[in-house]
Design a binder for this molecule. Structure first.
Ligand code: FAD
Length: 577
């Protein structure tokens, strides 16, 4: 296809989308003034909110965020009947699992980001580099603000309407309102954070190497504190330890003896969400490495040079001088989500709730995925009477297990917790579950049925806030959108126990593919599907290969692999640039 053709095709597409723009371009070309010279009385929000004449039937889908969930949704969305707009303050996708490696220069920042415009221009989606600060679900509008400075006052803000909104804005670091954290701690969520940490570590070493400092002062400056013993805090501590031992010791031998890493965790163990064997291995390894691991230690205050903790065992308040603190204690909702939750009657909740189809509860045509939301999984017992009466066709009050046959598949599909429970208990199907309560061939009454399924409900867990979940949710939602029209006519979801007919789609189902915890020294722990635990050097190689394969493009894959190779051969780069 010739360049000229591509240009005209793009131009005509743009004109169809923005008829006003075509008028302006014609005027400006005729006048010879160029695009810079145009002026239009219509405010920018009208331009962005318009549907083109030829595309008035297209539904306008607005996607907020270009992280794991948003990027995956955009990648798999393939339905020409949507006009897609993307709004995000970040014009790239960030591969967060390798962010800790950026803090010490193992991997360069540019190697783990993928420009969003590459994807949007390939798919003819519109992208606006801005953040949404308000969602008005009643009027189907979003309010956005750009960080770009323009000469025309007021143009950095715009309003965009939508037919369908996909919210995937992620979450922010949670400080639990601990005094001084916002002002004095460093965070590790964005690529700039990782770059700032890298500079701050080098700064500490340069400062500690200056003459005329007391040993006390050097000790303070080179005391690195990590708060939070979850996967990010643990991985960062391990990366920092490797950097100090393998690289910094050679460059700053004169101050090496003053360095210390402390990892603070409020509960009794680090890596709580992992298998006990991994927790034990990590704790022992950190002890051997000389990382000062303090569990049961809750941070209560941070000043510019001192961190105060309350010790669980003794109740004592301990003050420690420090040079750098990295805060990694979990996530909380962004202000735009908190405001949205207030509007839709979810103000009492901690996280935005969706149903199993990722639709935000209490709204229409708004979906939420990734870290900004959680699935409010419906309990089977809430629908037990409806399920029972549907199965009890002749209204006899008790049911034979055989009577359930028709509904069994639908129950398993509608309530994902049932399948998870059966798998865990090594039961083949729901009949096995009922048999375990009733024995072979007995009649099931509603009380016993409720008891069996209450047990299933009680084992339900919220999905973790991970890239894996966000990525799968984006993929799932795109697949639903791709088949929207088809499934409107032929619903493919489970039977509606309350109401008639079938659900349009299958509910979202998460498949856990395993999780890694890099522990430094070329050792990683992994929890793999089927309750497999693997720890050590070979798992580190598994980690390398899985993460290289999960990177979203060949460009980033090549860059990351070459960064790893560079680190093996030349060590990490400690220049502060
Ligand atoms: P994000 O990926 O955070 O994306 C949110 C997007 O929304 C961004 O583009 C952001 O710019 C944009 N945005 C923010 N505010 C607005 C707004 N107001 N309007 C519009 N757009 C907005 N998970 C794993 O599974 N494995 C790992 O190994 C792993 N390692 C991690 C390491 C680190 C250091 C961190 C911080 C996280 C890690 N995670 C890992 C967790 C994982 O990164 C998150 O669960 C995942 O990023 C969530 O995806 P998301 O799309 O919901 O949010």
């Amino acid at each position: 296809m010739s360049r000229a053709y591509t240009f005209f095709e793009r131009a005509s597409r743009a004109f169809r989308a923005y008829p006003t723009l075509s008028k302006l371009l014609v005027v400006s070309t005729v006048s010879g003034g160029g695009i810079v010279a145009f002026s239009d009385a219509r405010p920018i929000q009208r331009l962005l909110g318009d549907h083109g004449e030829g595309e008035c039937k297209k539904k306008k889908v607005v996607v907020l965020g270009t992280g794991w969930a948003g990027y995956s949704f955009l990648t798999y969305l393939n339905n020409p009947s949507y006009e897609v707009h993307v709004v995000s303050p970040r014009n790239y996708f960030l591969f967060t699992p390798l962010l800790p490696s950026v803090t010490n220069g193992t991997v360069e920042a540019r190697s783990i980001v993928e420009p969003i415009r590459k994807l949007t221009s390939k798919k003819s989606f519109q992208y606006e580099e801005a953040e949404c600060y308000k969602i008005d679900a009643k009027n189907k509008k979003i309010y956005c603000r750009s960080k770009q400075e323009t000469t025309l006052k007021g143009t950095e803000e715009f309003i965009m309407d939508y037919d369908i909104l996909v919210v995937s804005v992620g979450a922010q670091s949670n400080t639990f309102n601990t005094p001084g954290v916002e002002e004095n701690a460093m965070f590790l969520k964005e690529v700039e954070h990782a770059q700032n940490i890298r500079k701050a570590v080098i700064d500490c070493f340069e400062r500690a190497s200056l003459p005329n400092l007391s040993d006390e002062e050097r000790k303070r400056i080179l005391h690195f504190v990590v708060v939070g013993g979850g996967p990010t805090g643990v991985e960062f501590s391990a990366e920092l330890h490797d950097f100090l031992v393998e690289d910094v010791a050679k460059i700053y031998p004169q101050v090496q003896e003053f360095t210390r890493i402390t990892l603070l965790e409020a509960s009794d163990h680090i890596l709580n969400m992992f298998d006990k064997r991994i927790t034990n291995f990590a704790e022992e390894k950190f002890q051997r490495d000389g990382i000062d691991l303090k569990t049961g230690s809750m941070v209560i205050k941070l000043t510019a040079d001192e961190i105060s903790t309350k010790e669980k065992g003794t109740g004592k308040i301990v003050h420690e001088p420090y040079g750098m603190v990295v805060w990694s204690t979990g996530i909380g909702s962004r202000p735009v989500i908190k405001d949205f939750m207030q509007q839709i009657g979810q103000g009492h909740r901690r996280v935005l709730a969706t149903d199993e189809w990722l639709r935000v509860e209490g709204t229409e045509d708004v979906y939420a995925l990734g870290d900004c939301a959680t699935i409010n999984q419906r309990r089977v017992v809430e629908d037990i009477a409806a399920i029972f009466s549907k199965a009890d066709k002749v209204n006899k009050g008790t049911l034979n297990i055989k009577d359930f046959q028709g509904a069994v598949k639908d129950i398993c599909q509608r309530y994902p917790q049932v399948e998870i429970y059966l798998k865990k208990r090594k039961m083949k199907n729901i009949q096995d579950l009922l048999k375990s309560y009733e024995g072979e061939d007995q009649e099931v009454n509603i009380e016993k049925f409720t008891k069996a399924l209450s047990e299933v409900d009680s084992q339900m867990k919220n999905l973790p806030a991970t890239a894996q979940v966000a990525n799968q949710q984006g993929h799932y939602l795109a697949k639903c959108f791709n088949r929207m029209e088809e499934c409107e006519k032929n619903p493919e979801g489970p039977l509606r126990f309350r109401g008639e007919g079938r659900h349009r789609f299958q509910p979202f189902r998460y498949r856990h593919l395993g999780s890694f915890a890099p522990l430094g020294g070329e050792q990683t722990a992994a929890e793999l599907p089927g309750d497999w635990v693997s720890i050590g050097h070979s798992t580190q190689w598994l980690w390398y290969s899985v993460y290289a394969s999960k990177l979203v493009s060949w460009r980033t894959r090549m860059l990351v692999v070459s960064d790893w190779g560079r680190r093996f051969i030349f060590g990490r780069d400690s220049s502060r640039i």
